[in-house]
Ligand binder design. Sequence first.
Ligand code: IMP
Ligand code: MG
Length: 190
Amino acid sequence: MRILLGDNEIREGVRRMGREIQAFYGQRPLTVIGVMTGSVMFLADLLRELAMPLRVGVIQARSYRDRTAGKLVMNSEFLPQIAGRDILIVDDIFDTGQTLLELTEQIRLLKPKSVRLAVLLTKVGRQQVGQQPDHVGFEIPNDFVVGYGLDYRDAFRHLPYIAILEEPDRLAAQRMSVEVEREAEVEVAR
Ligand code: IMP
Ligand code: MG
């Protein structure tokens, strides 16, 4: 694994984003919606940089891209009221942008006063949609990264830094998920 952004660098980036967001909204009440699970760490750190009246909710978005071509399934059970409010969607990474475009469209159906998008990472040259995030922490090269919320097969989210996933890490994570599945099968068979 090769560290791309260390914890100090991340902390500075999140502070800078916090200042930017604070400057934009001032003391207007804000509703922050974190996209689970990738945004957990970023969400928790960013919230601590904001000082306006604030509400927080989470949403889960899962795309079954391989099976049903880009269909986004949204679990909005934990959403606070959206109608009439200023909404800031917070996510870990803007890659092609497809997920966050669809998510923004679905949030807009709930008639917010405004919707903006804050992402920690964006990948250079990958964007396929017209929409751009309003607040970006870091532009990174087109490598697969993990840590600080980002996962590969649900592993590595807890790392306090962001690292480029290399082949041995990929194999280790694959072995781990195969083992977990096997154990689960044994449990069910009992
Ligand atoms: P998009 O719809 O192409 O923007 O992809 C969005 C989703 O793909 C993100 O929310 C992540 O869950 C995942 N993703 C894209 N790139 C990476 C990466 O480098 N590491 C981990 N997850 C990624
Ligand atoms: Mg995600």
